[in-house]
Write a protein that binds this ligand. Structure first.
Ligand SMILES: Nc1ncnc2c1ncn2[C@@H]1O[C@H](COP(=O)(O)OP(=O)(O)OP(=O)(O)O)[C@@H](O)[C@H]1O
Length: 292
């Protein structure tokens, strides 16, 4: 998939949106399909086999290039691990994908047609990109159930939250998420009484309630016990395929358990990519990262 193709896709979509109401089209009155399947609302166009695509992305802070001509893409359903030394640009990359930081240059696409650089942070979340920061941010005074319920409400906006009650599909989803995050036995527990690992799972559950297509997870197992780390690995492996995941982690044994492709970032760009064994055997990686 080239950016040209993606840009053309976006242009065509924009042209479609701008078409006059007279019924006239550039194809002589016919409605052109452009070879793409019709997408239901909220679906992402995966025609080119990529859910996330970054090309030549750069950003500087006070003259320092934190991200430098970064190229990276992720397939639908993939669980991608990203590693790299401190200051490599991992968090900044996630900030760019989620609209928190605007790059100085480059292309960032969600699927084939959604140019993320045209969207604000809140819109990007609504489009289906969920982000989990390192520290758990659950509502400690609410129960596990209430936290998950709230995640649904707030995703739809404040007005919606005021008149919100779960429909049966949402109740089913909540039950499914509870099971997925290993908290089905803790529905009525106050979130503040959960262990650190359980709080992390609850926050992941809150993201899952919003049915994200892409999940960005920043150091999810930091501070977890060994047992919690193992269960988190199981959790991520169970999410793979249903969601696309990008996991930034320093814990190599965790990475070994969950990874297929590992991307090594250094100085704001991709230094190496491959299986964990491949990147660990790469001299450049040993020098800048693993050898330290
Ligand atoms: N808002 C900012 N202003 C100035 N410099 C920044 C800003 N954000 C990030 N940086 C710098 O950009 C570089 C990349 O930072 P970033 O946090 O993305 O690295 P990282 O790979 O996530 O590191 P770590 O593994 O330590 O979390 C660092 O040198 C950092 O100091």
């Amino acid at each position: 998939m080239t950016p040209d193709l993606m840009e053309e896709g976006a242009r065509r979509l924009n042209r479609g949106a701008a078409r006059p109401a007279t019924g006239q089209t550039e194809s002589g009155g016919r409605t052109a399909g452009y070879g793409r399947p019709a997408l239901a609302q909220g679906e992402v166009d995966l025609t080119h086999g990529r859910i996330l695509y970054l090309e030549d992305v750069s950003v500087s802070f006070d003259g320092f290039k934190a991200i430098n001509k970064l190229n990276l893409d992720i397939a639908p359903g993939e669980l991608r691990c990203v590693i790299g030394p401190n200051g490599a640009g991992k968090t900044t990359m996630m900030d760019i994908i989620t609209g928190k930081t605007r790059p100085d240059e480059g292309t960032v696409f969600f699927g084939s047609t959604i140019d993320l650089l045209r969207h604000r942070e809140a819109e990007i979340a609504q489009l289906g990109i969920g982000r989990k920061f390192q520290k758990p941010t659950v509502f400690e005074q609410l129960t596990v159930f209430e936290n998950l319920e709230l995640a649904l409400k707030t995703h739809k906006g404040v007005k919606h939250a005021m008149f919100f009650s779960l429909d049966s599909a949402q109740a089913d989803r909540l039950a499914e998420v509870l099971h997925t995050i290993h908290l089905a036995d803790s529905v009525t527990r106050m979130a503040g009484n959960l262990s650190h690992g359980q709080k992390q799972w609850l926050e992941i559950g809150m993201l899952l309630m919003q049915e994200p297509k892409l999940l960005l997870l920043d150091e999810p197992v930091a501070g977890m016990t060994d047992e919690e780390t193992v269960r988190t690995a199981e959790l991520f492996l169970s999410l793979k395929g249903k969601h696309s995941l990008m996991v930034v982690e320093h814990d190599m044994s965790f990475i070994r358990t969950i990874s297929e492709i590992v991307t090594v970032l250094c100085d704001g760009s991709v230094l190496a990519q491959g299986t964990l064994d491949e990147v660990q055997a790469d001299e450049r990686v040993i020098e800048v990262y693993l050898g330290r």
